[in-house]
Ligand binder design. Structure first.
Ligand code: CO
Length: 137
């Protein structure tokens, strides 16, 4: 059901402030920058090992609004790892599996994420504190 780790989401106060570390110090190249209005975030996606398609992605997330979940996360926890995304071709099946296990989804239906992906978040109360995202590309 789960194919691979698609990306790791990292909450940052400022993309401009954090991009140079990933781009220049780690040498990951220019990120794809996108605003996901629905989630009130701006994202910068770095492709790790892009030439091999085995390395996955790092997704930096900056709030575009004080009401953004990322703004609230940073207020509470500071900057850092926000979520782990697992890629699955069967998003509906993955959601159904969680609900059938009487666990909680934040999104019971897929919605739009960065890079044209369809995503759904599992509630961290159902995963021992990890915000998990299912992701279909
Ligand atoms: Co994500």
């Amino acid at each position: 059901m789960v194919e691979m780790i698609d990306h790791i989401g990292i909450a940052v106060r400022s993309l401009e402030e954090r991009i140079p570390f990933y781009r220049d110090v780690l040498g990951l190249g220019e990120p794809e920058i996108e605003t996901v209005a629905d989630q009130k975030v701006r994202t910068a996606v770095f492709f790790v090992g892009a030439d091999t398609d085995r390395g996955g992605r790092l997704e930096l997330l900056e709030a575009t609004d004080p009401e953004s979940p990322i703004a609230k996360y940073i207020e509470k926890n500071g900057e850092g790892i926000h979520h782990i995304a697992l890629r699955t071709p069967d998003l509906e099946g993955a959601i159904a599996g969680v609900l059938d296990g009487e666990l909680r989804m934040i999104d019971e239906k897929p919605r739009g994420g960065a890079g044209g992906a369809e995503i759904a978040f599992v509630h961290p109360k159902s995963t021992g504190g990890v915000l998990l995202e299912f992701c279909r590309r």
